[in-house]
Write a new protein. Structure first.
Length: 221
């Protein structure tokens, strides 16, 4: 009888622990879905911003050959002064991967999907770091190229049309080697920007698929 009582107590404790873990599992899944929904919205916005950035760069390339022939406001406004950055919602992912929460995910499909999504984020981070390095090169070349002091001074007393119609190009350097270097940096920036944008499109699609999978596996609306 004593053995039976101990055994029954063990079963009751096991069932209680199992119930608590299943509740924690569903809590993690619901939180993960919320993070994925935030990621999807953020990615959609960033992708749209990249589309605009790439179009501006193409405009800059169209006018670049005339950079030494006078001030072109369209050209200078089209040159990059930053790039859109995706900030992922990774609170739940951190808990799952680094706090032992992933062991609670009983659905193998769900666990695999979560890990795959995290790996895609890692790939995106690598490309974004490369883009950041190229952008810093572009920024340094722009600082070296543009006579910002003279341009700011003239903008206070002249209209954009007057600046356009003048012969001043506001360049500190006009040698072909440097202008070619800056052009190449801008071209590389455009290439990597496109790679990052396509990576984010793939990530957004994966987020949508993972949301559907988690809802199906855990019978959530």
């Amino acid at each position: 009888m004593l053995f039976l009582a101990v055994f029954c107590g063990f079963l009751a404790e096991y069932q209680l622990e199992h119930k608590i873990e299943r509740e924690r599992e569903r809590t993690y899944i619901k939180s993960m879905i919320e993070d994925l929904q935030k990621d999807t919205a953020a990615l959609a916005s960033v992708i749209t911003s990249f589309d605009r950035l790439i179009k501006r760069l193409d405009t800059a390339f169209n006018f670049y050959r005339g950079i030494t022939k006078g001030y072109n406001d369209t050209l200078w406004r089209s040159l990059p002064v930053g790039f859109p950055d995706f900030i992922k919602s990774n609170k739940t992912m951190q808990q799952l991967l680094f706090s032992g929460g992933l062991r609670l995910i009983n659905s193998r499909k769900s666990a695999d999907g979560i890990i795959e999504y995290d790996l895609l984020n890692d790939d995106l981070d690598i490309d974004v770091n490369t883009l950041r390095e190229i952008y810093l090169l572009c920024t340094e070349s722009r600082r070296t190229l543009l006579n910002q002091m003279d341009l700011d001074s003239d903008k206070k007393k002249m209209t954009i049309e007057q600046l356009r119609s003048g012969q001043k190009n506001y360049l500190l350097r006009t040698d072909l080697a440097f202008l070619g270097k800056y052009y190449n940096e801008l071209k590389t920036f455009r290439v990597i920007s496109t790679i990052v944008k396509n990576r984010e499109i793939k990530l957004m699609a994966q987020a949508g698929l993972l949301i559907q999978l988690l809802k199906k596996e855990y019978h959530l609306r």
